[in-house]
Design a protein around this ligand. Structure first.
Ligand code: ADP
Length: 214
């Protein structure tokens, strides 16, 4: 299995696809957003600073995120999913060097091409499990929880993320366009990019992903 780098606007479904790939193929899911949220949940002063940045829709510094990524990488084995990293060109260089240094296998960059209005709609219906991190969407029949407000896997009460308000979402989207979307040309030029157009059904999207990771 190839390692995966997901590139997509916020709320496009990277977390949902990652959950499916972890369950089916044993991928290690490395989400820098989850790593940052764990830091925030620890209640440290540093976590408070990070929380302010995340809730404003901006990016946390490359240095902080890269340190969290490196720590996580040292505890897991391939195949990996990079979800939310790289998020700018500097991070793409850092990741390339890191994978070379660690002598890791091939990556494929998968772009979930979701238009802005659809991503906005998804972000406002998004719910996640605070215990196992599984994500749900209350407006999507295929991904809504079986029992309203409860995780299918561990029955915990589902929560909305603090940064999933419409206002923060707009800023996150703008940050994505400015900082992250240049990665599409970068990976295209390297022949590493695979595009999934307007992914709607998670299981069909998974089938498309399966054609490129095997
Ligand atoms: P989404 O993909 O829905 O935007 P994430 O959970 O990936 O959500 O990220 C949430 C927030 O965490 C981002 O808006 C940003 O502030 C921060 N973040 C996550 N990954 C990175 C990264 N690689 N570099 C900088 N900031 C990041």
């Amino acid at each position: 299995m190839k390692n995966i780098i997901f590139i997509a606007p916020p709320a496009a479904g990277k977390g949902t696809q990652s959950d499916l790939l972890v369950k089916k193929y044993g991928y290690e899911h490395i989400s820098t957003g989850d790593l940052l949220r764990a830091e925030v949940a620890s209640g440290s002063e540093f976590g408070e600073e990070i929380s302010e940045i995340m809730n404003s829709g901006r990016l946390v510094s490359d240095e902080v995120v890269t340190r969290l990524l490196e720590n996580k990488l040292s505890t897991v084995s391939e195949p990996y999913i990079f979800d939310g990293y790289p998020r700018n060109m500097a991070q793409a260089d850092i990741l390339e060097n890191l994978l070379k240094k660690l002598n890791k296998g091939e990556c494929t960059a998968i772009y979930l091409d979701v238009p802005e209005d659809e991503a906005t709609r998804r972000s406002t219906g998004r719910l996640s499990c605070p215990k196992c991190n599984r994500s749900y969407h209350k407006y999507n029949e295929a991904t809504r929880p079986k029992v309203e407000g409860k995780c299918d896997d561990c029955s915990a009460d589902l929560i909305s993320r603090d940064d999933d308000t419409e206002e923060t979402f707009r800023k996150r989207y703008q940050t994505y366009v400015e900082n992250t979307s240049p990665l599409l040309d970068y990976y295209q030029d390297k022949g590493m990019l695979y595009v999934i157009h307007n992914p709607i059904d998670p299981n069909i999207t998974l089938e498309e992903i399966e054609t490129v990771i095997k």
